[in-house]
Write a protein that binds this ligand. Structure first.
Ligand SMILES: [Zn+2]
Length: 327
């Protein structure tokens, strides 16, 4: 944000501020077209603003010559107005332990079901892919995994086949895998098993060679010590005072926060959707403030909003079903 516009500070401010559709539109224009509104189809910049529709019209004659600020974002095709979307993004970015679809539904005035779908789109905006490796420069990395869930056994067979990320797996628990660089960033993903063939390539993909990597003594990590790629420290649970730096407490705290959010706020998370909750929790972790680097609710909101462009999530893509109303 360029600071041109007034910025709300709290959720209460945000609800009032974004209730005004002009404020929403100004904000959207700022993040989408900082150098001036351009036609998404042909790029012309001398577009005409149609004030009563809050849309623009391109001077060239082509399909979709009228466009709104939602075009090309996670909000595209949604009948829900920006006034509600922006508040939903604010809430999901800033509630430390997550927020339920009931609460968002009540706050912005949509049904719980609509709020649930909206939240999955916002999680998509929060998803970050990074090609930069973690570690190096004396950084310390924790690697750990955890089991989540176990509700699939009651599901109908066809539903189960559709919703479980790795069908054929014996148990119905989903495994979340995390790589955390202390004092910096976390990356999380869902993995199919805990074998060496699964975890080692992920560590190689995300962590710089030569970095200190701390894990527990789960067998998938054991062979790491045999390679000379990382300084592998294994947590010794029987004798935790051997080396105070070798632990995975950072990740263990992250998992317990995640599980509290899932069991407390989200009631039931299907394994199929777990990675979206991981994205959400990782987003909040990675945008947390520190003493050196304080943040604000608005900065976190800006960060989530910076991921809305160029992403789509349809009802079918989310649920595997074709029917359903727009959200
Ligand atoms: Zn055009």
């Amino acid at each position: 944000m360029n600071g041109k516009h007034k910025q709300p500070k709290t959720l209460q401010d945000a609800v009032i501020f974004y209730a005004n559709p002009d404020n929403c539109l100004d904000y959207m224009v700022d993040i989408r077209w900082p150098d001036g509104v351009a036609c998404p189809t042909c790029g012309r910049t001398d577009v005409v603003f149609l004030a009563n529709q809050r849309k623009w019209q391109c001077k060239s004659v082509h399909a979709k010559r009228q466009f709104s600020a939602k075009v090309g974002t996670i909000f595209e095709d949604s009948p829900i107005p920006l006034e509600k979307w922006l508040v939903a993004v604010w809430m999901l970015s800033n509630c430390r332990n997550g927020v339920s679809s009931y609460e968002i539904g009540r706050t912005i005035g949509v049904t719980q079901k609509s709020a649930w779908f909206m939240m999955h789109r916002v999680r998509l905006a929060m998803q970050r892919g990074s090609f930069m490796k973690m570690g190096g420069n004396g950084g310390e990395i924790e690697v750990d995994e955890t089991f989540i869930g176990g509700k699939a056994r009651n599901m109908h067979k066809a539903t189960r086949a559709r919703r479980i990320p790795f069908p054929g797996k014996k148990d119905d628990k989903t495994i979340a895998f995390g790589i955390l660089e202390r004092g910096k960033e976390i990356r999380t993903m869902v993995i199919k098993d805990r074998t060496r063939d699964t975890v080692l390539p992920l560590i190689r993909e995300h962590v710089q060679t030569g970095t200190s990597v701390y894990t527990d003594d789960m067998s998938g990590y054991r062979s790491m010590s045999l390679t000379d790629e990382f300084f592998h420290g294994v947590v010794d649970h029987a004798n935790k005072y051997v080396d105070g730096r070798i632990h995975t407490n950072g990740l263990e705290n992250f998992w317990s926060l995640l599980k509290r959010g899932i069991s407390g706020t989200y009631v039931a998370v299907e394994p199929f959707h777990l990675f979206r909750y991981l994205d959400e929790q990782s987003f909040r972790y990675n945008s947390r403030g520190t003493k050196k680097n304080p943040t604000s609710e608005h900065k976190r909101f800006d960060l989530a909003m910076s991921g809305i462009v160029g992403k789509r999530l349809t009802y079918a893509g989310l649920t595997g079903k074709e029917d359903g109303t727009a959200f």
